[in-house]
Design a protein around this ligand. Structure first.
Ligand code: ATP
Length: 369
């Protein structure tokens, strides 16, 4: 598949400070949704704004549909209007003095792209309103709609002219949590039905996982890993990626040996632990092992990484129970699904499956607030 969007070595500096985007490269093949995920200030919005043409890159090259649209070194700059993109933002950018139908028809009238007269415009608007679930609302003043409905109008307005690329910047973050989940799932269906190519920016992991064919995790202007959601979750290339996507347990130790992608880490009093590592660790390195609470098995012994520990505290939460477990001076949080708590306080066997333990060089940056 051809790349609908290609971003190469993008750097964006504001003034003389640190780069807001620092050497970011990725592509979005036609029909794919790529999500940029990261904490506030990591540079995801600036990356999207450079793609949109709302910011001028300091260095790098951006191509949309095979055409270079930004290449500051060569003075190339295609204006936002000429980039054939659609944009949906956090704020519902709709025209308040127009009806729903008029809002969605506007870009077609304005662009006159792929349309042949007002009957055709009407058909396209109606089809798109059906697609976003607003078929009944065409003649309503847009100001009479709820926030979620207004965001659907904004989406319909960007989809109606079938842009080459749709850019979405935290489009669901102004909605209450129930609606956010519903619209998130619907957005996935709509984007896939239309075969839209999209770049989506969020700090919300669940949105990233549901919407992204691939997720790019950013920190301090850098793209740390770009991969399908399953790979981000099961093979985090970096300690920050592991932590940001929910691997809250961190065990400190020292590397004893490494064989290929496997490392053996000495955890001191607790003993040794086998882990997967994406890094070229060597014996003697200070390292930490990250793992998810839901990957630890309580009351079970396996062929490797089994320990005897103690349940220190339990928090029953209805659909799941969280246990704080201590073993050999280490403390981990364990999550078990199910409506009944299965373990009492006191001694318990626990297994940390080697495949779910990920070792990284200790650079003193393992946790995220
Ligand atoms: P958020 O989710 O909070 O929007 P983000 O990951 O999208 O965060 P950006 O908005 O891209 O991050 O900001 C990246 C960095 O660039 C931040 O340090 C921000 O303060 C800085 N920045 C963004 N826009 C400007 C600007 N117009 N002038 C100066 N600095 C800016």
């Amino acid at each position: 598949m051809s790349a609908a969007l290609l971003v190469e070595d993008l750097v964006k500096k504001f003034g003389t400070g640190k780069a807001a985007v620092d050497g970011v490269s990725f592509d979005v093949p036609a029909g794919e949704i790529v999500v940029l995920l990261g904490p506030s200030g990591c540079g995801k919005t600036t990356t999207l704004r450079c793609v949109a043409g709302l910011e001028h890159p300091t260095v790098g090259r951006i191509s949309i549909g095979g055409r270079v649209v930004s290449e500051p070194q060569r003075g190339t700059l295609v204006s936002p209007r000429e980039r054939d993109i659609g944009m949906v933002f956090q704020s519902y950018a709709v025209w308040p003095h127009m009806t729903v139908h008029q809002n969605v028809a506007y870009p077609l009238k304005y662009r006159r792209k792929n349309t042949s007269g007002s009957a055709d415009i009407d058909t396209k608007v109606r089809e798109t309103l059906e697609l976003v679930g607003l078929g009944e609302y065409a003649q309503r003043p847009v100001t009479s709609l709820s926030g979620g409905q207004m965001q659907r109008v904004a989406l319909a307005r960007s989809l109606v002219y079938r842009p080459q690329l749709l850019l979405l910047d935290e489009p669901l973050s102004n909605l209450d949590s129930k609606l956010r989940i519903r619209l998130r799932d619907e957005l996935r269906r709509i984007l896939k039905m239309t075969g839209m190519t999209g770049l989506y920016v969020t700090h919300d992991q669940s949105e990233a996982v549901v919407l992204g064919d691939r997720i790019g995790v950013m920190k301090d202007g850098k793209l740390l890993q770009m991969a399908p959601p399953g790979e981000i979750y099961n093979r985090p290339a970096d300690s920050f990626v592991a932590n940001f996507t929910g691997a809250a347990n961190v065990l400190k130790g020292k590397v004893l040996e490494r064989k290929g992608e496997q490392a053996v880490i000495d955890l001191g009093a607790a003993g040794r632990i086998e882990a997967w590592t994406p890094q070229p660790l060597v014996a003697g390195d200070n390292a930490h092992v990250a793992l998810r609470a839901e990957n630890i098995r309580l009351g079970e012994r396996g062929p490797a990484n089994s320990f005897t520990g103690r349940v220190i505290e339990r928090r029953y939460q209805g659909m799941q129970t969280i246990y704080d477990v201590e073993f050999g001076g280490q403390r981990v949080e364990v999550l078990e699904l199910g409506t009944a708590a299965r373990h009492n306080d006191g001694e318990v066997a626990l297994t940390l499956p080697p495949d779910s333990c990920w070792a990284y060089r200790d650079e003193g940056q393992a946790t995220v607030d």
